[in-house]
Ligand binder design. Structure first.
Ligand code: AMP
Length: 587
C-alpha cells in the first residue's frame, strides 16, 4: 500500500500540462479524432511514420529546429536539425532502393546508439521496409535467431561488431541476409560488405515516400516468452498515432522541450520513445552513446537543459546507490517531468526523485506488444507511489480471470489480483507474431488482450503491478526468455540439463541464474562453472547470459519433461513449493 499520496495541484506545475483533467480528456477521447492531429501523406496517400516524424517538419520553421543532439562517449557532439534528418533519411531510403530492397523487406540494425541507427530507422520506414533493431550486447546466438526468424535482408552494423559477433560465419546460415552495411568504415569494406558512408555519400537526398497503407508493416520488435523461440511482434505505420498521443499525454511534450529517453533503440522503448514519439512532436531529443554513469547523466540533464526525462527503474536504483548528494551537485532548473518504465518502480524511488531532483518519478507501464504506453502517471494526476497509474485515454484496462475453456471474467471487485487485460483496438497494438499465429492467438480471450502480467486495480482506478504470470525474466529492464538461455547452456559438452530463473536483485530487478546438472564423467568444480559461464557469455552476449550458475544432481521437471522453474525459484528464495504433484519422481 502507498505510504502517502503525492498530491498534484495545477497551480504548482511549471507549465500547463496537455491533459489537465484526466476524466474529462478520457471521456472526450477517440482514436479517430486523435489521428487528425497528424498530417498524413500528401493528397490522401496514406500514413507513414517517417513522414510524421521528419518530412512533415520540412515545410515549416521546424525544419531548422534541433531534432537530435548526439553525445559521443569521448565528449563529441553531433547536431541534426529536422532538415538534416529529412535529407539523411531520404539518402538511406535511396540506398535501400538502389540495393533492390523495398516494401516489406526487413532491415536490421546492430549497433550502439549511433546517429546512423536513427537515420537507418527513418530511411527504412520511408522506403516501406520494416525496421528491426537488435540490442548491441546480444551475442551471436540471439542475433542469428532473430535474423533468421525475421528473414533479415539488410543488416546495418559496425566493423567491430561484425567481427566480434562473428557475423561473417553466421551469414552461412542466413541465406536471406543479402546486404551488410558497415558504419564507421570509410576505406575499403570487408569482403561481402558495403561502407554505409560511401553508399550514403553517393545517394540522393530527395525521396518521395510511396503511398503507405496505415496497416503496412513498419516495425518488428523481438520479445521473449517462457518457451520456444523469440517472438517477432509486428507493428504497423498507424502505430504512430499512439506514439504521438502518448507523447502528448503521458510524457507531456511541449514544442520547446528537450527530451531524453535513456533506453537503447535495441529495445522497444528506445524506438517508440527514443526515435518516433519525440520527432512526431517536433521537439529536441538527446542521444547519449555512453553507458550508465551517474555523474555523466546528471551533467547531461544539467548541461543539455533537459526538460522531460524518460528512464528506467534499474537506472534510478543505480543512482540511488551513488547517493543523493552527488545528484544535488547539479542544477536541474529546466527539468519538468520524469517518467520511468520497464520494471516495477519502488515507492522509495518515486520519493528519491523528489529529494534528488525536486520532482517525483512517474511510473508507466507498457510492453512490446502494446507498442506504446498504456497505463501511466500523468503530470496533473496525484501519484500513489508504487502504482503504475491509470489507463491512457482511449485504452480500456481491466483485471480479469481467464478460464481454461477460454472464457474471461472481468473482476470488478477492487484490490483483487488477476490478469491485466486490455480491450483492443488501439493503433499500436501488435498485429501478430511473425510466422507464429498460434502464440499470437493465445494472447487473446473473450475479446481481451491478456498481457501476461498480474495486477490489481484499487477503488480509485489506479493499477498496481504484482508480477509476471509466466517465467520470463526482467533483468535491468530487458526481457529474457529462460528457454533461450537454457538451450545455449545445453550446447556445452558437460551440461545435461539446465533450468534458468530470475533471482531477485536489489539493483537490476532480477539476475539470470542457471541451475545445471552435469553429464556423466563431469564433476562440479569452480573452474567448470567459470568455463560454462564464459561459454554462455560468448554465445548469448552479456545482456542475456547467466550471471550465476549452481550445480544440481538434477533439475526438477514435470512428468511431461517441462522444467519446473517455479519450483527452482521457490527453493532459491526459501518459499513454499506449492503444488508439486506433477513433479517427476514424486508421488
Ligand atoms: P517489454 O515487452 O520488454 O517492454 O517488457 C514488458 C514487460 O515489462 C511487462 O509485461 C511487465 O512485465 C514489465 N513492465 C513494464 N513496465 C512496467 C512497470 N511500470 N511496472 C512493472 N512492470 C513493468
Amino acid at each position: 500500500m502507498a505510504r502517502e499520496i503525492i498530491e498534484k495541484k495545477l497551480a504548482d506545475l511549471p507549465v500547463v500540462p496537455n491533459m489537465v483533467d484526466y476524466e474529462r480528456t478520457r471521456a472526450g477521447f477517440t482514436w479517430e479524432t486523435a489521428g487528425t492531429e497528424l498530417e498524413g501523406l500528401p493528397v490522401g496517400r496514406g500514413l507513414n511514420i517517417a513522414h510524421e516524424a521528419v518530412d512533415r517538419h520540412s515545410h515549416c520553421p521546424r525544419r531548422d529546429h534541433l531534432a537530435l543532439r548526439w553525445l559521443g562517449k569521448q565528449g563529441e557532439v553531433r547536431d541534426f536539425s529536422y532538415g538534416d534528418l529529412v535529407d539523411l533519411s531520404s539518402r538511406f531510403a535511396n540506398v535501400l532502393k538502389g540495393l533492390g530492397v523495398g516494401k516489406g523487406d526487413r532491415i536490421f540494425t546492430l549497433c550502439s546508439r549511433a546517429p546512423e541507427l536513427y537515420i537507418s530507422a527513418l530511411g527504412t520506414l520511408k522506403n516501406l521496409g520494416v525496421f528491426c533493431p537488435l540490442f548491441s550486447a546480444f551475442g551471436p546466438e540471439p542475433i542469428q535467431e532473430r535474423l533468421s526468424i525475421g528473414e533479415g535482408r539488410v543488416l546495418v552494423t559496425t566493423e567491430a561488431l561484425y567481427k566480434r559477433r562473428k557475423i561473417e560465419e553466421l551469414r552461412k546460415s542466413l541465406p536471406r541476409l543479402e546486404h551488410v552495411l558497415l558504419i564507421g568504415t570509410k576505406g575499403p569494406s570487408l569482403p561481402g560488405t558495403f561502407s554505409y558512408h560511401t553508399l550514403m555519400a553517393e545517394a540522393s537526398g530527395h525521396f518521395e515516400i510511396p503511398p503507405t497503407d496505415p496497416e503496412d508493416m513498419a516495425l518488428l520488435h523481438f520479445t521473449s516468452g517462457t518457451t520456444g523461440r523469440p517472438k517477432g511482434a509486428i507493428h504497423v505505420h498507424q502505430a504512430v498515432i499512439a506514439h504521438y498521443v502518448t507523447g502528448k499525454y503521458a510524457l507531456d511534450f511541449h514544442p520547446e522541450d528537450i527530451f531524453w529517453c535513456t533506453s537503447d533503440p535495441g529495445w522497444v522503448t528506445g524506438t517508440s520513445y527514443g526515435i518516433i514519439a519525440p520527432l512526431t512532436h517536433g521537439i529536441t531529443s538527446i542521444v547519449d552513446e555512453g553507458e550508465f554513469d551517474a555523474e555523466r547523466w546528471y551533467r547531461i540533464l544539467q548541461n543539455e537543459k533537459v526538460t522531460v526525462w524518460y528512464t528506467a527503474p534499474t537506472a534510478v536504483r543505480m543512482m540511488m546507490k551513488v547517493g543523493k548528494d552527488t545528484a544535488r551537485k547539479f542544477d536541474y532548473r529546466n527539468l519538468r517531468f520524469i517518467a520511468s518504465v520497464g520494471e516495477p518502480l519502488n515507492p522509495e524511488a518515486v520519493f528519491w526523485g523528489l529529494e534528488a531532483f525536486g520532482l517525483p518519478i512517474h511510473d508507466n507501464w507498457w510492453q512490446t506488444e502494446t507498442g506504446g504506453i498504456m497505463i501511466a502517471n500523468y503530470p496533473a494526476m496525484s501519484i500513489k507511489p508504487g502504482s503504475m497509474g491509470k489507463p491512457l485515454p482511449g485504452i480500456q484496462a481491466a483485471i480479469v480471470h481467464r478460464y481454461k475453456d477460454g472464457t474471461v471474467e472481468v473482476i470488478e471487485e477492487p484490490d483483487t489480483q488477476g490478469d491485466l487485460a486490455l480491450r483492443p483496438w488501439w493503433p499500436s497494438i501488435f498485429r501478430g507474431y511473425l510466422r507464429d499465429e498460434k502464440r499470437y492467438r493465445d494472447c487473446f480471450a473473450g475479446g481481451w488482450y491478456i498481457t501476461g502480467d498480474l495486477a490489481r486495480r484499487d477503488p480509485e482506478g489506479y493499477f498496481w503491478f504484482i508480477g509476471r504470470a509466466d517465467d520470463v525474466i526482467k533483468s535491468a529492464g530487458h526481457l529474457i526468455g529462460p528457454f533461450e538461455v537454457e538451450s545455449a547452456l545445453m550446447e556445452h559438452p558437460a551440461v545435461a540439463e539446465a533450468g534458468v530463473i530470475g533471482k531477485p536483485d536489489p539493483v537490476i530487478g532480477e539476475m539470470v541464474k542457471a541451475y545445471v546438472s552435469l553429464k556423466r564423467g563431469y564433476g562440479p568444480s569452480e573452474s567448470l562453472k567459470m568455463e560454462i559461464l564464459g561459454f554462455a557469455r560468448t554465445r548469448l552476449g552479456p545482456a542475456v547470459a547467466p550471471k550465476e550458475i549452481e550445480f544440481r544432481d538434477s533439475v526438477p521437471k514435470t512428468r511431461s519433461g517441462k522444467i519446473m522453474r517455479r519450483l527452482l525459484k521457490a527453493r532459491e528464495l526459501g518459499l513454499p513449493e506449492g503444488d508439486i504433484s506433477t513433479l517427476e519422481g514424486e508421488e
